[in-house]
Ligand binder design. Structure first.
Ligand SMILES: [Zn+2]
Length: 131
């Protein structure tokens, strides 16, 4: 997290980082190496992405947000159209999977960027003055 920062343009906005997978320091689209896997470091500025740990934070947010949206949609559909159960399965299983995959990437990127901006990290004991 304490990499020396070269001269860089202003950092991108949090929403842009989340939607485009941008590096929180330089704004290059280098944050992800796969669909939802972080790259080890930024290929443009060298920021070490392994120094950040978003943990299960994005999954916890998505469970609540996607679960709420899918439940509201399923209840609204049931109350208005009364479709058979298999229609619910055909609609809500793919919607849930799609929302989780898309939003997990966004949420992970935004949490990593928040850690970078707020210099969040594990707690450390302060050095005492030896006097
Ligand atoms: Zn970078």
């Amino acid at each position: 997290m304490d990499d020396p920062a070269p001269a860089l343009p202003p950092p991108p906005r949090l929403v842009a980082i989340g939607l485009k997978g941008l590096c929180p320091r330089c704004g290059a689209p280098t944050l992800f190496s796969g669909l939802i896997a972080f790259a080890p470091r930024c290929a443009a500025c060298g920021l070490d992405f392994t120094a950040f740990n978003v943990g299960d934070g994005p999954a916890a947010f998505l469970t609540l947000i996607v679960g709420t949206l899918v439940c509201i949609g399923a209840i609204a559909l049931e109350l208005t159209a009364h479709p058979p159960f298999w229609v619910h399965v055909l609609i809500w299983v793919p919607v849930t999977l799609g929302l989780v995959l898309v939003l997990l990437r966004v949420a992970k990127a935004m949490l990593l960027a928040s850690e970078y901006r707020n210099r969040a990290g594990e707690g450390r004991l302060a050095e005492r003055d030896p006097r």
